[in-house]
Design a protein around this ligand. Structure first.
Ligand code: FES
Length: 151
């Protein structure tokens, strides 16, 4: 399945290193991360060493080598949110989800990240889940936010 999908992506481009970023971008869009077996196939078919692909994938922030959760949670730690207790909210998410910042839950439902200023400081502290903004978040609201996306 993954092999056919990767072939499909590869067929869109010239099979040389100049297309590598475009191929990785399509792969990232398809799976929300870069699966290892897909990278091995790309390495073989494009004749680019896997180490070269991995170093590109680690260099660009847009790429992820680990699966991301279906609902990415971004907790803002920008100044306005920080002074209103954002760090404690982030820690509450870690405890509730049983993961550390930067990790994904085993059921692949949630991944947790800390970010800098989401651009709506008036609502501080702010948490984004996917495209949805949650403002004036408190530690006690965290379990309900998670529950909302578990359905
Ligand atoms: S500092 Fe958090 S939204 Fe601006």
């Amino acid at each position: 399945m993954i092999e056919a999908k990767v072939s499909d992506i590869l067929n869109r481009y010239a099979r040389d290193e100049s297309s590598l970023i475009a191929v990785l971008q399509d792969l990232q869009e398809e799976y929300s991360y870069l699966p290892r077996e897909a990278l091995e196939q790309i390495s073989k078919e494009m004749n680019v060493p896997l180490s070269r692909i991995l170093s590109l994938a680690t260099f660009f922030k847009a790429f992820s080598l680990k699966p991301k959760g279906k609902h990415p949670i971004n907790v803002c730690l920008g100044t306005a949110c920080h002074v209103r207790g954002a760090q404690l909210i982030l820690e509450k998410f870690e405890r509730e989800l049983g993961i550390k910042t930067g990790e994904t839950t085993q059921d692949l439902l949630f991944s947790l990240e800390a970010v800098r200023c989401l651009g709506c400081c008036g609502l501080a502290p702010v948490v984004m889940v996917g495209e949805e903004v949650h403002g004036k978040v408190t530690q006690t609201k965290v379990p309900a936010i998670i529950k909302k996306y578990k359905k």
